[in-house]
Design a protein around this ligand. Sequence first.
Ligand SMILES: Cc1cc2nc3c(=O)[nH]c(=O)nc-3n(C[C@H](O)[C@H](O)[C@H](O)COP(=O)(O)OP(=O)(O)OC[C@H]3O[C@@H](n4cnc5c(N)ncnc54)[C@H](O)[C@@H]3O)c2cc1C
Length: 310
Amino acid sequence: MNNLTPGPLARWLTGPRFSALPAPAALPAPRLSFEFFPPKTDKLEDQLWACIRRLEPLGPRFVSVTYGAGGSTQERTHATVARLVAETSLTPAAHLTCVGATRDEVDEVARRYWAAGVRHIVALRGDPPAGASEYVPHPGGYAQAEDLVRGLKRIGDFEISVGAYPETHPAALSADADLDFLKRKIDAGATRAITQYFFESETFLRFIDRCHAKGINVPIVPGILPVSNFQQVVKFSAMCGASVPAWMGQLFEGLEEDAETRRMVAAVVAAEQVRLLQANGVDEFHFYTLNRPDLTYAIAHILGARPRKA
Ligand SMILES: Cc1cc2nc3c(=O)[nH]c(=O)nc-3n(C[C@H](O)[C@H](O)[C@H](O)COP(=O)(O)OP(=O)(O)OC[C@H]3O[C@@H](n4cnc5c(N)ncnc54)[C@H](O)[C@@H]3O)c2cc1C
């Protein structure tokens, strides 16, 4: 293990441990960020903005907007981020990927963000477009996230977050090689990693130990996915390499047609997960909201977040 240098990761690793879950009031207020996806229809647009307005008073550090597979949502992502700048008190972060575009094209998107006042990019390699099973770099494009981070830093002094994989990216040659990739993204200029979702708190805690041992000292923020549709999560997890514990299947068993009870169970599952992380010193959380505010709001509340007074 390296010497502990100051920073959130070191604080989490050396902070107090509790034998039972402490009351949220005994812990620092959590720092939150929320992730949205850009809507396809007017109805979904209304749903997104209702979600944003509901979560805004919780004062997140930033909110991020995803970039569809293969860059398919470029305009919609930009429009959502630009509206966040113009109409809310929130600090947006735009996701940007390397897929299906030349470096010049990606750079142009980044310049547009800079010109619109956006200073935070979540830089990703990206998933292949629908129908393609494997990632193939564009001949004139950025090959992977590390190159994109470097390219973005040439365009402006963006704050850059990158992806991290507590259970190892499915394309990685090994868990250790995966961490080398993460380290290279940090060395290229990223200052935060946001993780793929996971369901066992221990998985994340072991991962940050390994990050620290590799000399990665930036905050590694756990990505929290409140499970509103268990079957969908099972399908998606098989593709992205996240494991779904058997106990979760048992908890959601028999609730396929009962969305209301499912939501209550989901709140309990996520609350237990985040409180365990919080008791282990983690005080930053990134929520995959899926543009639905209620579960995220409830879980943030349990962590101790309260709306800001207007
Ligand atoms: C927080 C978060 C947000 C996301 N948002 C989006 C989004 O908005 N849009 C979207 O399309 N996708 C998104 N993704 C998914 C992401 O694009 C995929 O997981 C993608 O497959 C990898 O992206 P990356 O930036 O982590 O890639 P990289 O860091 O470039 O690579 C990921 C891993 O793949 C392996 N790898 C990559 N290149 C090589 C190589 N040449 N040789 C050997 N191994 C290699 C390494 O193990 C590496 O750690 C998100 C993921 C996360 C965690």
